[in-house]
Write a protein that binds this ligand. Structure first.
Ligand code: HEM
Length: 300
């Protein structure tokens, strides 16, 4: 992951200056463009798959939720995505040296089955999209409400990773996952039997007053304690990538902008287990001394 950081930063800087130059922009659009571009590149997928990947990830997460209308609407979308991936992704279309290429090499070595390649690739692309976008936009939303922290970030007195970690503590992009219990156990006073289904609520864990006291609901960056990326042997496999992307983009925005403000009412995204913004209008005042690039022609 460390070797990827210069490349991630080099993608963040031009995007940050471009969106800042627009005046008002939608932070969800910025984060989605940044995250999706990076993920498609790392996985080595054809660029044609990008719109489908972005559009379908949320549907897959809807299917982790209860059997409700949202779940039933998502089911055919998620199934169509798997068919799309199986059609578009092959040894011929993936970039040599990419993460998907590594999956094909693992299949060649007999470590995984040939049929496992696309589902595994898909598990990564799905897990990497809206989650990271929601984490980044949660951080920007909190910074817009606490200008002091944006200034500290800009001055290098506050770590961008700490901002991101605090944002996902308060607004866990995945609010919870169901898990099967493998042996009889007990949590607090509650006995749980093997075979039962439990709900791990990362979202409420991050706001537990028994851990954070009266500051449980307050944005106070500084630590990295939360459950938003899971815990233990199956903790999020992409957490270092998510953190590297978030930190690079937040640092770039704070470097090229002097002031971050809300520029309208944000709208919540709806999903069975994801938590984040559908749109988040922001304005960042450009630092004229640092923004050397002219405004982009694609601006709004
Ligand atoms: C802010 C962004 C992200 C959040 C909030 C997030 C959250 C999570 C959570 C809560 C889990 C379950 C952990 C557990 O059961 O203890 C998980 C697992 C996983 N995540 Fe992430 N994730 C993020 C980004 C990513 C990215 C960028 C990737 C891929 C590059 C990724 C790939 C995975 C995979 C493969 C697993 C399954 C790990 C296993 O079962 O061993 N995630 N993630």
């Amino acid at each position: 992951m460390k070797s990827l950081i210069p490349e991630i930063k080099s993608r963040a800087a031009p995007l940050a200056t471009e969106y800042i130059s627009w005046g008002t922009f939608d932070a969800v659009e910025l984060a989605t463009e940044f995250v999706a571009g990076q993920v498609v590149h790392l996985m080595g997928l054809p660029d044609s798959t990008r719109p489908e990947l972005v559009a379908s990830a949320a549907a897959t997460f809807d299917m982790f939720g209860p059997d409700n209308a949202r779940y039933r609407e998502a089911a055919p979308l998620a199934a169509a995505t798997m068919t799309f991936h199986s059609r578009e992704v092959s040894r011929k279309t993936v970039r040599p040296g990419s993460w998907t290429h590594a999956l094909y090499e693992a299949a060649d070595a007999g470590d995984i089955g040939e049929d496992d390649v696309v589902p595994l690739m898909s598990a990564y692309t799905t897990a990497a999209m809206d989650t990271t976008t929601h984490g980044i936009t949660a951080a920007l939303h909190h910074l817009a409400g606490h200008l002091r922290y944006f200034k500290e970030l800009r001055a290098g007195r506050l770590d961008a990773a700490a901002v991101f970690n605090e944002a996902i503590r308060l607004d866990a992009p995945i609010q919870g996952f169901g898990r099967g219990v493998t042996r009889d156990t007990r949590i607090g006073d509650t006995p749980i039997r093997a075979g039962e289904q439990v709900w791990l609520s990362y979202g409420s864990g991050g706001r537990d007053p028994r851990q954070w006291g009266s500051f449980a609901d307050t944005f106070r960056p500084g630590g990295d304690l939360h459950l938003a990326l899971g815990h233990g042997p199956h903790a999020c496999a992409g957490r270092h990538l998510a953190l590297a992307q978030a930190a690079s983009l937040l640092e770039a925005l704070a470097h090229y902008g002097t002031r971050l403000e809300n520029a309208g009412n944000p709208v919540r995204a709806r999903n069975n287990i994801l938590h984040g913004w559908e749109t988040l209008p922001l304005t960042i005042t450009p630092d004229r001394r640092r923004t050397s690039r002219p405004p982009s022609s694609t601006g709004t």
